[in-house]
Design a protein around this ligand. Sequence first.
Ligand SMILES: Cc1cc2nc3c(=O)[nH]c(=O)nc-3n(C[C@H](O)[C@H](O)[C@H](O)COP(=O)(O)OP(=O)(O)OC[C@H]3O[C@@H](n4cnc5c(N)ncnc54)[C@H](O)[C@@H]3O)c2cc1C
Length: 350
Amino acid sequence: MSGQKTDYIIVGGGLAGISLALELALRGKNLVLLDKPESSSSSRVAAGIIHPIVPKGVRLTWMGETLFPLIADYYREWEAKLNASFFQPLNGFQIHPNEETSDFWQLRSQTAEMQPWIDALNHDTLPGIVAKNAFTPISQCARLNTNAFLAAAEEWLKTRIVIEQAEFQHASLRKVGNHWHYEAYAADGIIFCEGIKVLENPWFNKLHFHPTAGDILTLKFDKELPTALYKNRNWLVPDGKGNWLAGSTFHKGSLDTSPLPEDAEKLMEQIRFWTKIPFRLSKHRRGVRPTVEGRRPYLGEHPTDRGIFIYNGLGSKGSSLIPWLSPMMADFLCNGTKINTEVDISRFDL
Ligand SMILES: Cc1cc2nc3c(=O)[nH]c(=O)nc-3n(C[C@H](O)[C@H](O)[C@H](O)COP(=O)(O)OP(=O)(O)OC[C@H]3O[C@@H](n4cnc5c(N)ncnc54)[C@H](O)[C@@H]3O)c2cc1C
């Protein structure tokens, strides 16, 4: 049985699969990327917010010290290579709902741990925002325009690798000698980057995925709101086209991607509480985050079926994680460099 030889077949063209394809193509690998594009896929719905703080307890996000020094350089370098624009640094403002919260953020802002990330409480007026209990400025916030990134990456990749818009059928994969055969291709390895569709993957569906559906609204404001990332219980971020994205909800365990009007209403009601400017809803989308137990992504090789790999579990943080994880996964595949133990799937019995 022969087939068209390729180094890797990547299954899935979301943030994980596309960014890994960029890294592997850069390292000279032959690739086939199979993606069944869906407008409700997590990467296509995502707001792409990059934010260093976990509000509960006002702590630095997991691996923040490692991730944040990488993020801007990573996206700027890819913007230059792809001749496109998709990364926008933003001022971040945490709008406090009550005095208790503002006091707590103020206390945290005085600790050595948080000083590089959050400023002291600010009592100035933010145009268009109701900040009765003041706000806390946050450093190093940004937005990845995920759809612009995916489109630019595909454009660059399509002259370098094979890209097919097709659904991968797990049952059609065969091991012949040292190669994995799939349709016309014989690959050294298959890398699954399927997002939450991993639940249908017979090699990796025992990993602990807990899908979390979420809603994103596109809002048109009647008057201009200064460009920034505003957060309260929910958030507002400019979409780069003159509108604002607002979100999000967390429907634990749900795989449903049909938006419900009541979710939009609830989000808009919460946003009206802290924005003075009237707005209209122009779009409502819902997607499912590939959330995992312990919020530690899943990277690595299947323990018994060698040549079968996974890169998944980016949860609600794909935009912050890929600058660290995609080069790590590519170096593992190309040079055997060790995967960070916290994200390596060898921590599980599969
Ligand atoms: C409402 C919402 C808001 C979010 N907001 C943010 C945010 O502000 N910041 C942030 O960093 N992250 C955010 N996220 C999370 C972010 O979207 C994810 O971390 C990231 O996009 C996951 O990327 P992925 O490539 O792993 O999965 P996906 O984006 O789901 O991509 C998987 C791709 O694989 C394809 N696929 C699956 N199975 C097959 C198959 N058998 N054959 C062919 N193709 C297949 C799918 O169609 C899809 O195109 C949000 C997510 C949601 C849902």
